[in-house]
Design a binder for this molecule. Structure first.
Ligand code: NDP
Length: 240
């Protein structure tokens, strides 16, 4: 039977590309999302991927949501923690809410999904968790102390959980994307974006499908010896 993979924030951008790719690789794919029903309906219409709405930053909602997925679709063998938001601003302008919301969703979401799905993976002796970090968690970024801290935290979370999962056949890895042409990057003012692209040796933004390919490898049987690693996919912008 096909393994069940859930992609948080799977209805748009990088998440949607990951859903499409994992489905093509033979997984039964479920997408989680926060509130944009139109994007979810579009994904469902285009791909027949089932979509489940809850806030991954909400612990109880995540436990309930994953229980529902397991009951209605099957035990969850693969988790891709992709959901993420930005609330940018320099420290002196950043509110506590901006700090907390990014930590709650971007980093807290990984904890909540792991709490919901890791025990079952461990019991069944197989699992894949892929956490989407960021180049800005590796290198830092002006105006993003919240986002850089949360993404950097994801890389530490990955390495710690990988040590817990290894003897149970559960691998835990991260991908650190560089700048990818999604809605999130479309929100960056054009003059800032032009300066960013000028610093990418490959000379362009990345495509969501290029991140999805990395995720697909980490979720495959072939990647059983890869755990606790971070795959940087960034056009050479930051060599870590
Ligand atoms: P988008 O903004 O295009 O899409 C974000 C997705 O996450 C949407 O499906 C959204 O759902 C969902 N989401 C947001 N908040 C929540 C929540 N609380 N609970 C559940 N789902 C939620 O993002 P990208 O595709 O650009 O980014 C995907 C990931 O990659 C993020 O973690 C981002 O930080 C990371 N990343 C992106 C880079 C880029 O250049 N684009 C670079 C490096 C990292 P809805 O549609 O309902 O709002």
């Amino acid at each position: 039977m096909a393994r069940v993979a859930i992609v948080t924030g799977g209805t748009r951008g990088i998440g949607r590309a990951i859903c499409e790719r994992l489905k093509a690789d033979g997984f039964t794919v479920v997408a989680n999302y926060a509130g944009n029903d139109a994007a979810a309906n579009q994904l469902k219409a285009d791909t027949d991927v089932a979509c489940y709405k809850w806030d991954v930053g909400d612990h109880e909602a995540t436990l309930d949501g994953c229980t529902r997925v397991a009951r209605e679709v099957g035990p969850i063998d693969v988790v891709v923690n992709n959901a993420g938001i930005t609330r940018d601003g320099t420290l002196h302008r950043m509110s506590y809410d901006d700090w907390h919301e990014v930590m709650r969703i971007n980093l807290g979401g990984c904890f909540n999904m792991a709490k919901a799905c890791f025990p079952g993976m461990r019991e069944r002796g197989w699992g894949r968790i892929v956490n989407i970090g960021s180049i800005n968690g590796q290198a830092g970024q002006y105006g993003q102390v919240n986002y850089a801290a949360a993404k950097s935290g994801i890389h530490g979370f990955t390495k710690a959980l990988a040590q817990e999962g290894a003897k149970f056949g559960v691998t835990v890895n991260a991908i650190a994307p560089g700048y990818i042409d999604t809605d999130m990057v479309a929100a960056v003012p054009l003059p800032v974006l032009e300066k960013i692209v000028a610093k990418i040796p490959v000379g362009r933004l990345g495509h969501a499908s290029e991140i999805a390919r990395g995720v697909a490898f980490l979720c495959s049987e072939d990647a059983g010896f890869v755990t606790g690693s971070t795959m940087s996919i960034n056009g050479g912008q930051h060599m870590y």
